[in-house]
Each structure stands twice: as C-alpha cells, then as structure tokens.
Design a protein around this ligand. Structure first.
Ligand SMILES: [Zn+2]
Length: 421
C-alpha cells in the first residue's frame, strides 16, 4: 500500500544533525518511508491513501525508553487502565520497559534468579503478542540483576530474544563486584545495559558511584536528573566530564538539575548526549504525556530549538537502540511511525514548534504507525488549530468537543491488520 502525506508545514526529521527537512511531502510504501521532499520530487501520485496535513508539522512518533509498565494495559500502582493506548493516541508509538511493576512483584528482588528470569520472559512473550490501541510497539522483558544469576542464565534469555538488562538500581543484596560480573555476562550476550547513578531510593541500596559507573560503562545513564532524587551538582558534573555515555532526562526527576545539566552540556557542545525517558507509570508520573512534557520543558526552559528537543525523544533514542529498533526518524527506509502536531488555539507560537518553544502544550492531529493512520487525537490531547483531510475528506476533528472521550480510530484490533479506510 502506498500512502502520501502532503501539504506539510514543516518536516521534523528527529535526526539531531538534520533537524528540519526541506520539503512538504512524504511518501510511504509497505509501512516505511519511501520519499521525502517537495511534491514534485517525492512523487505522491498513485497513492492509495492521501493525507493533507493542512500546513501542520510532521514529526516521528515519540519513543519512551524508560517505563515501568505492567503486563497488559493497566498500571496497578495508580489503579489506572488504558494508559498505554492513551499514550499512543498522544503520540508515543514505541515503548520500552526498565523492569515491570505489578502487584506482588518486589521492586528489587531478594536473591531469586528464577523469579527475575520468569518475569522477564513472561513480559517479553506477552508484549510481543499485544499492541495497545492495536498499534503501539512495546519492547518489554528486561532482566533485573540479582544475586545468583549465572552466565548460563544470560545465555538462556538472549536465546529467547531478551536483549537488555533492567536499569541497575543499587539492589541491596548485590555487591558492586557481583553487579559488574553479571553485567559482563549480559554484555557477552549482546545486551543493552542502563544504570542509575548515586545512592538510589531504596534503604540499604548499594552506592552506584562514579568509580562504579566508569567500570560498568553503561550504554545509558538512566535519569541523570534523578529518579526522583538528583545527585549533587559536583557528582553530576564529574560524571558528565569523565564519561561519554548517553544521558537520560526524565520530566518527573529534579527539574532544576535538568536545566543545570542542559546549560552545562551547551558549554561543552554535548547536548546530543541527551535523550528523554518518562520513568512512568510510577507514583511520580502520569505516563501518556510524560515525554511530551519533557520535550516542552527542555525546549522552553532550556532554550533549545523544538526540533532539537524532539530529537532527544525520537532520533537520539533510535541511535542509542539502533540494533533493536528502526523507528524514530523521518528518513527513507525507517518504519513510518509519525505524528502530525499543531499549535493550540491562542498560542503565541506560529506553529507547533513555536508553541513548544513558548512552553505551550501542543495537540496531535494524526497518529500513524507503520504507515497506517491509527487515530486523530488522544482522549485528553490538547486542541489543535487545524485538522487533517483524508482522501479529500475534511475530518474536522481539532477540539476535545469534536470527539469527547472517543477520538476517531482507524485500527483497533490487537493483532493483525484491520485498516478500515
Ligand atoms: Zn525507572
């Protein structure tokens, strides 16, 4: 199937270096971007589906690489259901877990290698089979390191398809030496390793100090601005200076520290080390809008161009996880996961990017996964000024009152294609 999106105001690539692309048209074939440029170059003719973006901004779907989802679309800690579908409708098209949370599951296990393996495998299998809203891509199943895991355990899990360790969070029953040994097993089987920094939130947690981080060499420093308590500025600056790893900011961590980190990275020319995660759902954060909030905060309070802040939540994340995902950029060959966003009525911003830079929350006007239109807006998405046209039909949805609590969706079966155009 060929899909074209025409009359785009700005195409945000999601790529840190490329920023905003030249052009007003994007074509998609077999679920992947096939052409990007001005209308005559992109050749949108003979499309099965034509989307008129009505001058709005097109950007890649957001990726949330730091969640604590459950198994299924509910969050027991908050007693909330349907959070993931709402996140999809607000533009989060890809999600990863940093260990699951559900009733009865210890935050950090007592020594229970069989338990952590079973949980990782159950989550991996369940989420391979289920896509919230029929479309959201969820990469779940990460291994919490506990005392007693052997090299063979990592091999067993890698053979199943599990490709990452859950954020190393200072579990109290593991020594630093044991943590490093287990991480070396994970590394041997090609796994991704994220780590926290500092003393951690749990009583008796092992101190994950700079010396430990330098020995571990994690792929990602999870919530460098604290999840939710930040390290001292001296410790944070030392970590930035003495390592080169990717640094994750979360909107429910310490925002004062987030801004200090941004300002410091600006002076070093290293802003491209940043990516955004939500660290939700937890007691501290509402999942569906967390990544968008972070982008708003980074752009408006950190004085960073909106397309750069968006790259921190799309293309930078792709680059870090490139072995396992092919989404997060509007680029030929990438999976066509994209959203159309617009300024809310009354914003001083001239378009969605200007609104973000001004600190206003923007609305979604279309959510697309694998080249298919999934929905027009979230239940609680902010209003947009404009709306899209689909195959010449004016859909007219831009305001919560247009579709209160039940925004139009075009694809809602959990498995298999049910495209209804
Ligand atoms: Zn976390």
């Amino acid at each position: 199937m060929k899909v074209s999106i025409e009359n785009i105001g700005k195409i945000v690539s999601g790529d840190w270096d490329k920023g905003i692309l030249k052009g007003d048209t994007v074509t998609i074939e077999n679920g992947r971007f096939s052409g990007i440029g001005y209308r005559d170059e992109a050749n949108p003719s003979k499309s099965d589906v034509t989307i008129d973006a009505n001058g709005m901004v097109l950007m890649p779907g957001y990726i949330d690489p730091h969640t604590h989802i459950s198994i299924g679309d509910y969050s027991p800690m908050q007693r909330m259901v349907g959070l993931m579908e709402e996140a999809l409708l607000q533009g989060i098209t890809t999600v990863m877990d940093e260990f699951n949370q559900f009733e009865g599951l210890p935050l950090f296990y007592p020594p229970d290698p069989a338990g952590v393996k079973a949980t990782a495998i159950a989550a991996y299998r369940a989420w391979k089979n289920y896509r919230p809203g029929g479309a959201q891509k969820v990469h779940a199943g990460s291994i919490t390191l506990v005392k007693g895991l052997k090299e063979q355990d990592f091999k067993d899990m890698a053979d199943i398809g599990i490709w990452r360790v859950a954020q190393i969070g200072g579990s109290s029953d593991l020594t630093v030496k044991e943590l490093l040994e287990e991480a070396s097993f994970a590394r041997k089987y090609g796994m991704f390793i994220p780590s926290n920094y500092g003393s951690g939130v749990l009583k008796g947690a092992v101190e994950l100090d700079l010396d430990f981080i330098k020995k571990l060499k994690p792929d990602k420093l999870a919530h460098i601005n604290g999840g939710s308590t930040a390290c001292s500025w001296d410790d944070t600056r030392a970590l930035i200076d003495e390592t080169s790893m990717a640094l994750e900011l979360v909107p429910y961590g310490n925002l004062k520290m987030a801004i200090q980190i941004i300002e410091y990275l600006k002076t070093k020319g290293q802003l491209n080390r940043l990516l955004v995660g939500s660290d939700t759902p937890t007691g501290q954060g509402y999942f569906p809008v967390a990544v968008q909030r972070a982008v708003n905060i980074i752009s408006s309070l950190g004085n960073i161009a909106a397309e750069k802040a968006i790259a921190m939540a799309t293309g930078n994340t792709h680059d870090l996880y490139r072995k396992w995902i092919n989404t997060g950029k509007i680029q030929k060959g990438y999976e066509a996961d994209a959203i159309i966003i617009d300024r809310p009525p009354g914003s001083v911003g001239k378009d969605a990017l200007g609104a973000i830079e001004a600190g206003d929350t923007v609305g979604t006007a279309m959510i697309m996964v694998d080249g298919m239109v999934v929905a027009l807006r979230g239940r609680d998405a902010r209003p947009t000024t404009k709306h899209i046209r689909l195959n010449g039909k004016d859909l007219g949805v831009s305001d919560p009152n247009d579709a209160l609590f039940d925004p139009p969706r075009f694809y809602w079966k959990s498995t298999g294609e049910t495209y209804l155009l």
